[in-house]
Write a protein that binds this ligand. Structure first.
Ligand code: CA
Length: 235
């Protein structure tokens, strides 16, 4: 992935802001840091970033209000909310006000980077996805535009949001073993609580939907000690 994406960091604590800006710049992003909502609005007038890293606790207008503003006025800009503590209430409100993800303080820089990349990947418009609109998976075909599974007769089966995101990740990474924790992380952003076995349960459900023989999975195979790999038909 080429990280020339632009990130706007909104954080009132100077040390934290400088640390974030420098860290993300070292990762190859174009980064700007601002201390409050008023400066954020001015920065947006100069041009839209791909993503805003938004501190919840700001002087003046707080992160919730700014997230709502971003959703309404700049719907293409992805938002990751930085919450003070890991309280469930903050997380849920954060997602309800339009953030794409949240990360509680304190966080590891690497975890933040993983979330930024995950959110930016989801934000890529469908038209530029290299996999095209339809991907054969097992005995069925994933329709990326309509978010459904099709069978040979063209009948559709609906997918939950997390099922679809999981299949899309597989479709975008054929023949590449994907780590369980990473899959869980990348697909659990809309759920208040992610639990460890959730990814295995989803895989089991998806295998029933796409495998010719779900008890001997061929399309989504288990990679011991790592996670799972999607193998396209005929590969
Ligand atoms: Ca703050």
């Amino acid at each position: 992935m080429v990280d020339t994406n632009q990130i706007l960091v909104v954080e009132d604590e100077t040390t934290q802001r400088i640390m974030l800006v420098e860290y993300l710049a070292r990762q190859g992003f174009r980064v700007t840091g601002v201390p409050d909502g008023a400066a954020m609005r001015r920065a947006l007038q100069r041009g839209e970033p791909d993503l805003v890293l938004l501190d919840l606790g700001l002087p003046g207008e707080d992160g919730h209000s700014l997230a709502r503003y971003l959703r309404e006025q700049h719907p293409k800009v992805a938002v990751i909310m930085v919450t003070a503590a890991g309280s469930t209430v903050d997380r849920i409100i954060g997602l309800e006000t339009g953030a794409d993800d949240y990360i509680p303080k304190p966080f590891e820089p690497r975890e933040l980077l993983a979330r930024i990349r995950s959110v930016l990947r989801r934000a890529v418009p469908a038209a530029t996805q290299p996999t095209g609109p339809r991907v054969a998976m097992g005995r069925r075909t994933l329709d990326l535009e309509h978010r459904v599974l099709l069978d040979a007769e063209g009948s559709e089966e609906r997918l939950t949001a997390s099922e679809f995101e999981l299949l899309r990740l597989f479709a975008e990474n054929p023949n590449k073993p994907l780590n369980r924790e990473w899959l869980l992380e990348a697909t659990s952003h809309r759920e208040a609580e992610a639990f460890d076995r959730a990814i295995d349960l989803r895989i089991t459900r998806l295998r029933k939907k796409i495998e010719v023989d779900p008890s001997h999975p061929d399309a989504i195979r288990t990679v011991r000690g790592v996670g799972y790999v999607f193998v396209p038909p005929g590969a």
